[in-house]
Design a protein around this ligand. Sequence first.
Ligand SMILES: Nc1nc2c(ncn2[C@@H]2O[C@H](COP(=O)(O)OP(=O)(O)OP(=O)(O)O)[C@@H](O)[C@H]2O)c(=O)[nH]1
Ligand SMILES: [Mg+2]
Length: 389
Amino acid sequence: MIKFFKKKNKKQPDQQPDQQQGQQQDQQQDQPVNQPLDDQTATEDTVKGDGNQAPDSTTEPAQDPAAQAEQPVIEVPPELLAQGVEPHQYQLSQQLEKTNENLGKKVKQLFSIKKQIDEDLFEELETTLLMADVGATATMDVLEKVRKSLKRRNLSDSDAVFAALKTELTELAAAVEQPLVIDDSKKPFVILVVGVNGVGKTTTIAKLARKYKSMGKKVMLAAGDTFRAAAVEQLKTWGEREDIPVMAQATGADSASVIFDAMTSAKSKQMDVLIADTAGRLHTQANLMQELEKIVRVIRKNDETAPHESLIVIDGGTGQNAISQVREFNKDNLLSGVVITKLDGTPKGGVLFNLAAEFGLPVRYIGVGEKSTDLKPYQAEAFVQAIID
Ligand SMILES: Nc1nc2c(ncn2[C@@H]2O[C@H](COP(=O)(O)OP(=O)(O)OP(=O)(O)O)[C@@H](O)[C@H]2O)c(=O)[nH]1
Ligand SMILES: [Mg+2]
């Protein structure tokens, strides 16, 4: 095995915040910390530091410093290295292994058993795609295009079918590859994060904050989930861990005013990015859905161009439910992007195609683990390769 060692961030947690409390206290005894900012508004700026220290500023290049600074140890088998397998791609393939087993490997098995290209084969392909949650619309579209492509080129061998399938899946996946670009003229650039309960909103916020900070941006967080007890503490713990300021009030406070106050504070402190957490909610919870509408209205009172990005977080293992979640949250055309999380733990990563075919909303990032480094900018080609090759 050949090991690729990349610099690990000193503060990188390997566990969840609630598991980190003890360790964190130990660290706080060891490390000098800045005092909390002395903000006399009702909002409490709870976190040490101003989130403005340059991260690992010594050697990292500017391009995608976040990605480069935070790679864990990757072991690439020498035979794969010799074949030119790229370490990042290898790592992604490992992280998406479960979907690969459920999709890529099954498709390959199919071709190894059935050399003859007939209707049966297409039916089996259809079942395989549906089982990986690619969804009916995307499955039909993709297979129809595969048929046409084969017919046009007068091909019928299994290699050609596999190649055509990969091409069509990549095309669909590429249609939603639009990276999130932070508009520096917006100060702060406000990112509102929404979704149903437990999908990974708060964890994704920590991951995003870390990423933008490591790109040299001044980042602040707003603890807009005032509904669930412990939600504020969870975000604060992440903030402390990543040395990023968190604006918070107590549980039960008005979420919209927490975010409004955070925007005002972020503006006065010249923050580049403000990321707002919100409570998990179902469309059936009318009060919480109304609260979300109010949050957006109040944000716009502070800056009529905000939120500059409204991200819905979708648990990759959600299945068909992902469609109704996006539909409900996008009723007022709120959403501008999607983050699909927990792709490391599900064989159903095909949901990305399902969402792409139904909505065409940009997929900004994918979550591939619980650590704050486990967030990847979504790249269609790498994604498809990881789940099908
Ligand atoms: N394996 C894995 N776990 C994840 C990922 N993202 C989040 N999680 C885990 O999912 C669980 C819920 O994450 P949270 O960030 O608290 O989810 P949330 O959407 O903020 O939850 P609520 O605030 O209760 O609605 C935690 O145990 C996270 O560690 C991921 O990409 N992969
Ligand atoms: Mg949360």
